[in-house]
Design a protein around this ligand. Sequence first.
Ligand SMILES: CCCCCCCCCCCCCCCC(=O)SCCNC(=O)CCNC(=O)[C@H](O)C(C)(C)COP(=O)(O)OP(=O)(O)OC[C@H]1O[C@@H](n2cnc3c(N)ncnc32)[C@H](O)[C@@H]1OP(=O)(O)O
Length: 202
Amino acid sequence: MSDTPHGGFPRFTPAHPPADFGRLVEALRTIQDLAVSTDLPEEQLAAAADQAEKLAAAMAPYVVPEGASPAGRSLELPGRGSLLLMPWTIEKYGPDGVQSTGVFRRYHLGGNAAAHGGTLPLLFDDLFGLIQHGYGRPRSRTAFLHIDYRAVTPLDQQLRVSGHVTKVEGRKTFIEAVLTDLDGKVLAECNSLMVSLLPGQP
Ligand SMILES: CCCCCCCCCCCCCCCC(=O)SCCNC(=O)CCNC(=O)[C@H](O)C(C)(C)COP(=O)(O)OP(=O)(O)OC[C@H]1O[C@@H](n2cnc3c(N)ncnc32)[C@H](O)[C@@H]1OP(=O)(O)O
């Protein structure tokens, strides 16, 4: 299923699911927020667990292989419709770089109203995948990702991340990005090396 001579990466094509898919993903994101922010009374707990188990059982027969679910391929949806990804929206995409905006939600809480430090690498790593793709590089994997946490990243506040390729050397693509609030205050900076895959490399 390789689409280039560069590695054994699967071919992903954009998905355009019905609007109910976006509703489902957003409802599940809200449930994730609530699952980490509520303290349900015992009866509510049992009812919620019953409903969650019923929903899982209803969805389970429809599992498909990687690349066949709309999750991760729905470019019109926040986080491309993937629950794993940060629910952010792409503002700019191209060879000059990628920029997106969004919020860290209650689900992403680390401590004392700040985003968990582990959620920032997720944001940056996915952005870097898009950046190298937008630059026209072959399929590549992250070799390293270095983050400088400059200020606490707030929840529930619109933020912006932007980055671009700084250098290409053979198989190596060097990328930089910065996360700011909408006033331009720097929250984190990140630089990364992505290495393009050799034929058959996973
Ligand atoms: C339809 C809608 C779609 C939406 C549109 C989305 C598009 C989206 C596109 C998908 C984009 C995918 C994005 C995937 C993002 C990950 O997959 S992140 C996953 C986490 N990363 C990994 O799992 C990688 C694991 N590591 C590896 O697989 C291997 O180590 C690597 C990175 C492939 C490199 O291994 P290798 O091929 O043996 O290469 P190696 O000879 O060691 O190194 C090559 C060069 O890089 C240098 N290098 C390698 N590692 C390092 C390091 N850590 N530090 C410094 N230098 C290094 C070497 O020194 C060498 O330099 P030179 O001697 O050439 O100057």
